[in-house]
Design a protein around this ligand. Structure first.
Ligand code: GAL
Length: 372
C-alpha cells in the first residue's frame, strides 16, 4: 500500500471515526496544560505483540499507571497501521488526558492526532518518534543513535579493525523502513563502520549500495520480522557466498532480525565456534540471549524497558498534574514540523560474559529462564 494512499486512508478513516464521536474543542498551545480530557484515563497504543519487547513495554507501563491511580486503555495493533489509527481514535472518543503511542508508522498519525489536539489531549511518543505533526508533545526513548554506535564499535573492536586486521566479509541489515528509529540505529553503526568499508577492510559481497547513511532503506527489513530477515540472508548466502566464501560479520540492528539470520546460517551449515560470524543485536530478547550463551550471537544492545516505562509514567503524571515535564534532550529529534522535547535513556551492551551481572542480577530475567 503506497505511503500517499496510507496517509489518505488515515485522513478518511480519522474523519469517519471522529464524525462518529462528534467531539470538537479547541486546543491551547500551552504544553504545560494538564491535558483536556475529562476522564482519569491514559491511552497506551503499542505496535504489536509479535515482537517480544512490546509485550513487556505495554504490560509494565500499564501496571505503573494503574499504581499511580490512573485508568488505562492498553491496545496492540498487530503491526497494522490502520488498526492502530482506529485504536487511537477509539481512545480519543473516550476523552483521555494523555495518549502514549509507540507508533508502527510514525508518519501516518497526523490526521488522527489532529483529533486528539482538538480535545487538548496530550501525546507522548513512546520509543519511536511520531513525525510530520505538531500534535506530539513529548518523546521518551533510548538513545537510538548510540545503539547503532555501540554495535559498530563492538564490530571494530572484536575484528581488530583499528589494528589493520581484515579484509572481512560483512553483511549489513537495517530495520523497518517505516520506523524512524531504524535510521538512527543504522547511522550510529555506519558512521563507525563506513571508513573501514571505504578502506576495503570491510567488504560487502552482496554488493548492497550504502554510500551514505541515507541509503539505510537499501538493507531494510520491513516489519522487523525474523522470517523476512531469514529469507534475505538465505538469498545473500546462496547468491554471493559460493565456492567456500564465508560471511565473517553481520550487522543486525535488533534481535528479531538476528534470530532469522542465525536460523539461515544454521540451515546453511555454519557452526558456532568454527565458522560462525560475529552478529550484533538489540533488545535482549529471550531466544537471542540464549543464542548468545550458545555462541550463536555475539552481543545484544539491552534497553531496560522498565526504565522507559518508569520515565513515561512519570512524564504522564507530570503532564496531568500540570507540572514541568522532565526532558533531557531538546535538540536531536526534529519530527519535520518541530523539535520534540525528549528524554533519552542509555542503552547497554550485553555479551556472554555479562549476561548474569546485567540481565539476571538486575531482575530482567531469572537465571532459571535463561537456563543458567
Ligand atoms: C524499534 C525498537 C527496537 C526494536 C524494533 C522492533 O523501534 O526501538 O527496540 O524492538 O523496533 O520492534
Amino acid at each position: 500500500m503506497s505511503k500517499n494512499f496510507r496517509v489518505l486512508a488515515a485522513v478518511t478513516l480519522a474523519a469517519t471515526l471522529a464524525a462518529a464521536s462528534g467531539c470538537s474543542s479547541t486546543r491551547d498551545e500551552d504544553s504545560s496544560s494538564s491535558g483536556g480530557g475529562s476522564s482519569n484515563l491514559v491511552g497506551i497504543a503499542m505496535p504489536t505483540k509479535s515482537l517480544e519487547r512490546w509485550n513487556n513495554d505495554g504490560a509494565y507501563l500499564d501496571e505503573l499507571l494503574k499504581k499511580a491511580g490512573y485508568e488505562t486503555s492498553l491496545q496492540y495493533a498487530d503491526n497494522k497501521v490502520d488498526q492502530q489509527i482506529t485504536q487511537i481514535q477509539n481512545m480519543i472518543n473516550q476523552n483521555p488526558k494523555v495518549l502514549v503511542i509507540a507508533s508502527i508508522d510514525g508518519t501516518a498519525l497526523g490526521p488522527v492526532l489532529d483529533k486528539a489536539a482538538q480535545q487538548n489531549i496530550k501525546v507522548i511518543a513512546y520509543d519511536r518518534l511520531i513525525n510530520s505533526t505538531k500534535n506530539v508533545d513529548y518523546y521518551a526513548t533510548f538513545d537510538n543513535y548510540q545503539v547503532g554506535k555501540l554495535q559498530g564499535e563492538f564490530i571494530v573492536d572484536k575484528l581488530g579493525l583499528k589494528d589493520g586486521k581484515g579484509p572481512f566479509n560483512l553483511e549489513p541489515f537495517s530495520g523497518s523502513s517505516d520506523d524512524n528509529n531504524a535510521k538512527f540505529f543504522f547511522s550510529g553503526a555506519w558512521d563507525v563502520l563506513k571508513p573501514y568499508v571505504d578502506s576495503g577492510k570491510l567488504v560487502i559481497p552482496s554488493g548492497k549500495k550504502l554510500s551514505s547513511n541515507d541509503d539505510w532503506k537499501n538493507v531494510s527489513i520491513d516489519g522487523w520480522t525474523s522470517q523476512k530477515a531469514q529469507s534475505e540472508m538465505d538469498n545473500r548466502l546462496n547468491s554471493y557466498y559460493t565456492g567456500g566464501k564465508k560471511v565473517d560479520v553481520v550487522l543486525s540492528p535488533n534481535d528479531s532480525l538476528a534470530l532469522g539470520i542465525e536460523q539461515s546460517l544454521e540451515s546453511q551449515g555454519y557452526k558456532p565456534g568454527t565458522d560462525w560470524p560475529l552478529i550484533t543485536g538489540q533488545d535482549a530478547d529471550l531466544a537471542n540471549v540464549k543464542n548468545i550463551l550458545a555462541d550463536k550471537q555475539s552481543m545484544t544492545v539491552w534497553k531496560d524497558t522498565r526504565t522507559l516505562g518508569e520515565q513515561v509514567s512519570k512524564m504522564t503524571d507530570q503532564i496531568i498534574k500540570g507540572e514541568t515535564v522532565e526532558t533531557n534532550d531538546t535538540t536531536t529529534y526534529n519530527n519535520g514540523v518541530k523539535v520534540v522535547p525528549s528524554y533519552l535513556l542509555p542503552p547497554v551492551v550485553v555479551t556472554k560474559d555479562d549476561v548474569k551481572t546485567k540481565l539476571v542480577d538486575s531482575g530482567f530475567y531469572t537465571a532459571d529462564k535463561l537456563g543458567l
